[in-house]
Design a protein around this ligand. Structure first.
Ligand SMILES: [Zn+2]
Length: 217
């Protein structure tokens, strides 16, 4: 790798289009954002290139504070320093976000690796990172429903969102604010092929279409 390696041409062209065609129409927004940020939502999702938080929520710069990693995992309290927990603390304590969305997605490679550890033989760091999804693996193995690989992967994606909500709550600064009514936690799954989002309903313990939930509440 050389220090003067050329960046991908399509990225350079994209930046040029942003500067010349997009930015001029958003100067009011960017002049406000120059002063600082006040996002109401922390959005936690996978690094998967097919998941675009701002696209699927139709939000603008400044609206979503985002944590992304393989498998949308949040290490539980008691785990030594991680970037995830530092960023979570900043979002909740310093920025005072009012909502946290954990958004898994269909066809998640991290969840696939969790179910098939032998596929991670050449990926020791991924394998180690996935220990933060151990609860997910246990939830999937507890489910006695016979299922094929695709169904088990979907089950893992859903179980993982629930497990990560619990791991979020293991952090006292999250749990205290949720108890006080200052913070709401939401579990979503984004279906890439269908362009649909389902949300976890703790009362039915099921994922339901987000639109229906919104209209019902
Ligand atoms: Zn993923």
């Amino acid at each position: 790798m050389s220090g003067n390696a050329a960046p991908p041409v399509h990225l350079v062209n994209g930046v040029r289009r942003f500067r010349e065609q997009v930015y001029p129409g958003m100067t009011d927004l960017f002049s406000t954002l120059r002063e600082g940020q006040a996002p109401q939502v922390l959005f936690i999702t996978c690094s998967d290139s097919r998941v675009d938080p701002s696209l699927i929520t139709q939000t603008s710069p400044g609206e979503l504070f985002i944590i992304r990693n393989a498998g949308n995992l949040i290490p539980p309290a008691g785990v030594n320093d991680t970037g995830e927990v530092a960023t979570l603390e900043y979002a909740v304590v310093a920025l005072g976000v009012q909502h946290i969305v954990v958004c898994g997605h269909s066809g998640c490679g991290a969840m696939s690796g969790l179910l098939n550890p032998s596929s991670l033989a050449q990926l020791p760091k991924v394998r180690r990172w996935l220990r933060h999804a151990e609860t997910t693996r246990q939830l999937v193995s507890l489910d006695n429903t016979p299922a094929g690989d695709a169904e088990r992967l979907q089950l893992a994606v859903h179980c993982n969102v629930r497990a990560q909500l619990d791991q979020l709550r293991s952090h006292h600064f999250v749990a205290e604010r949720e108890r006080a009514g200052a913070l709401q936690l939401h579990g979503w799954v984004y279906d890439i092929g269908a362009g649909e989002v389902t949300a976890y309903n703790p009362e039915t313990r099921a994922f339901e279409p987000l639109m229906r939930r919104q209209m019902a509440s």
